[in-house]
Design a protein around this ligand. Structure first.
Ligand SMILES: [Zn+2]
Length: 90
């Protein structure tokens, strides 16, 4: 059952992404937010980030919002990794 669910789930995700227009991302998960700094001298200092920008859709976020998005994206990746390892053991 688990195997079938994974198979169907993967197929559904693939179809959904294929149907979505490349230029428009109305439901962008903002999983690719990258930090931006006003001053080049501050680059790399996470506490001095001026804004976060989503590489996928170009949306701009405050430092607080960007950190939240980055954290939730990392959580999703970790869960996906756990599911994959669980599937391999069976
Ligand atoms: Zn986005």
């Amino acid at each position: 059952m688990g195997f079938l669910d994974k198979l169907l789930g993967r197929k559904g995700v693939k179809e959904a992404s294929a149907d979505a227009p490349a230029a428009v991302t109305p439901d962008c998960p903002h999983a690719a937010v990258t930090p931006r700094w006003d001053s080049g001298a501050d680059m790399g200092k996470t506490d001095l980030v001026s804004a976060y920008v989503c590489e996928a859709c170009g949306a701009r976020f405050s430092r607080e919002e960007g950190e939240t998005l980055g954290a939730s994206a990392a959580d999703r990746l970790r869960i996906r990794e756990d599911e994959r390892q669980e599937g391999m053991q069976r």
